[in-house]
Write a protein that binds this ligand. Structure first.
Ligand code: SF4
Ligand code: SF4
Length: 88
């Protein structure tokens, strides 16, 4: 499993600071313009979920149950073929 940032993200910037493995990155371009979680590195600690004031971070399974597959794919593609850690 992993956690993902959903499109609800308002870019407040609070979550990266609490991630113990530093795997939350802000996108800085028109295609990727919210925050994203690197599922290959995320250890599912849940710290970012507690930090997010608008509950924009879900587990992958929760997101799929809510029909947010597109957001799951966006988080994967941001690191696989998008800017990834280069946007940090
Ligand atoms: S669940 Fe933990 S490890 Fe995963 S992105 Fe959130 S803070 Fe980082
Ligand atoms: S804390 Fe929530 S709203 Fe703020 S940047 Fe992170 S995911 Fe987005």
């Amino acid at each position: 499993m992993t956690h993902i940032v959903t499109r609800k993200c308002n870019k407040c910037g609070l979550c990266p600071a609490v991630c113990p493995v530093d795997c939350i990155v802000k996108g800085n371009n028109p295609v990727y313009d919210i925050y994203y979680i690197d599922g290959e590195t995320c250890i599912d600690c849940g710290a970012c979920v507690a930090e997010c004031p608008i509950s924009a971070i879900l587990t992958k399974d929760e997101a799929i149950k809510l029909g947010l597959e597109v957001d799951v794919i966006d988080n994967i593609e941001f690191f696989a073929s998008g800017p990834g850690y280069g946007d940090k």
